[in-house]
Design a protein around this ligand. Structure first.
Ligand SMILES: [Zn+2]
Length: 132
């Protein structure tokens, strides 16, 4: 971006990414009997025994199966180790690795929590986290 690293590290406290996932309609919510593929489960970090839900579509959700939206979040907190890595011009993979080691929850992990809670679908989380 053309910003000096020392200016960035001295002023930046964190970076928040947000996506909105559609929430399964409570009025027509049902257990999704079609098992997710092992690849989908692995991609989102869910175990095969997770109970998945979907909306079948009703008048309340205009047949969509979804009714509202909620946010999923990824918060990168700029701590001392990340500041040092930015000053060393580390690549984004290394910065991400450091942040995850320090407890950063990724967008997909945040979405997986909503799937586990029965609020949204795997396809929905993948749709909003893999768009370019
Ligand atoms: Zn519905």
């Amino acid at each position: 971006m053309g910003v000096e690293a020392f200016l960035l590290t001295s002023t930046l406290r964190g970076v928040l990414a947000q996506r909105l996932v559609r929430i399964v309609c409570e009025n027509c919510k049902t257990i999704d009997e079609e098992a997710a593929s092992p690849d989908e489960l692995a991609l989102i970090g869910l175990s095969p025994d997770v109970v998945l839900y979907k909306g079948t579509g009703c008048e309340q959700c205009a047949g969509m199966g979804f009714f509202s939206r909620k946010g999923i979040y990824e918060l990168l907190v700029i701590d001392d180790e990340l500041k040092k890595a930015v000053l060393k011009s580390s690549d984004s993979t290394e910065l991400r690795h450091i942040a995850k080691r320090h407890g950063m929850k990724t967008l997909i992990e945040s979405g997986a929590q909503k799937v586990r809670a029965g609020l949204t679908t795997i396809a929905e989380v993948l749709r909003v986290t893999q768009e370019v």
